[in-house]
Design a protein around this ligand. Sequence first.
Ligand code: SAM
Length: 474
Amino acid sequence: MKLPEKFATEMEGLFARHPEIAREGFYESFDLEGRRGVRFSCSKTAPDVRPSLLKDLSEQLSPVPWCSCGYYISPDMSNRNPYYHAGVYYPQEPSAMLPAEVIAVKPGETVLDMCAAPGGKACRMGEDLHGSGLLVANEISFERSKALLRNIERSGIPNVVILNENPDNIARELPGFFDKILIDAPCSGEGMFRRDPRACRSYEEYGPAQIAPVQKSILDAADICLKDGGEIVYSTCTFCEDEDEGQIAAFMASHPGYEVICHPEIKGVTHNAEGSLLPGSMRIWPHISGGDGHFCVHLRKSGERRITKMSFVPSYKVPASARRGADLAREFLLSDILSEDGIRSLPDVPFTCHGSGLFLIEFDEKLFEHLKTVKTGLYIGDFKAVSNKTVFSPSNSLALWLSRRMIREDSYIALDYGDDRVIRYLKGETITAEDCRAKKNGSVVIGVKDYPLGFGKISGQTIKNLYPKAWRIM
Ligand code: SAM
């Protein structure tokens, strides 16, 4: 492919300064097809069930060395299938799996993804919270935040706020709030030239000189948002030192107290050595590892980290109609859907109402009242008045949050991976319940094997499809 001239000149300079990096095959790698990958959900799939899921997907999957839940997929495998719709996996370019692995989010932490859409890394971080702590996923572009919302909903992450904000506003509202911040920064995109010809064109307009000041201002905002003792992972998909090593070296010079956390050597990831511009930072090179180009560095801020306790704070008086809706939602869950395990796992906080929507919010939403929120907490469903009665309809996010063990045996329709009813359900068709041990009447969850997809209403052998129109496949 024809690469921008400016880029070739910059790379020649980089290879001259770093003779330790093999140059051979670099330019040729742009003409090769990139490798594709999938990353299994860390909350929905335990490592011991992944071999059987892999078998269903394809025989040829092999692990991505730098991601504990990532696998390469064969070029002809479709990345949309029932497991995708159940949030079992997320299709992700293998190199892009590194930053969220490196930041290693733990339950209970407060985590910010400053540049989150479409959400591959945010979903991984949210899954690693396992329902405890908080993920704030921010995307400055409203258009792009829609894809982020859909991906977060599919992943079933409950304790999340999606923002559509400028990082400076988050810094103003939430100083010193986060344990960990990921900045997967907008960049000149050199590592993506092979995959996306548009990246070459936009490089001419938004090259390193235009984008480096934007990255600097995002880093400055992240510093304000980060607790003492907190961690930042900064990543880009470019090779340009001014956006990568140089950007971070300048940040560390102007923000004393940060150190680079060094990671053990991993096959396929090149570590910048002692004596280089930023020792301990990491790169994935396309001609060495086969993936897109990626840069990643892990920083720690000095100081003692204090723990943030997340707890529900009622923010206003709930109107009577909403209270009735919330009661119906709880009744629906307790009497129609949840197993004893599920009832025990249902957080003991009242559902919050926004308009006609009901949400499970286990933190103080007032924290975000001056920020543009796209979603706060887990969307449970909607209520409305129908001829003097209040009725509740569950959301699909609710189904995707539930795990198999949370659902009553007779309320779950488990379809096999190859069963054609799975696709028919995802298309919005009515399906039948023969050979299922479900109840004869009421609400049910339809799933592929142990993975819920959405709700239905069963009557005898017939299941009325409640899969939302906007989610249906063609
Ligand atoms: N982390 C994402 C993922 O894993 O799917 C990819 C993020 S992409 C590399 C960079 C994002 O930064 C884009 O979605 C872009 O809209 C956003 N962005 C652009 N300018 C920004 C700014 N000034 N502040 C914050 N985010 C910005």
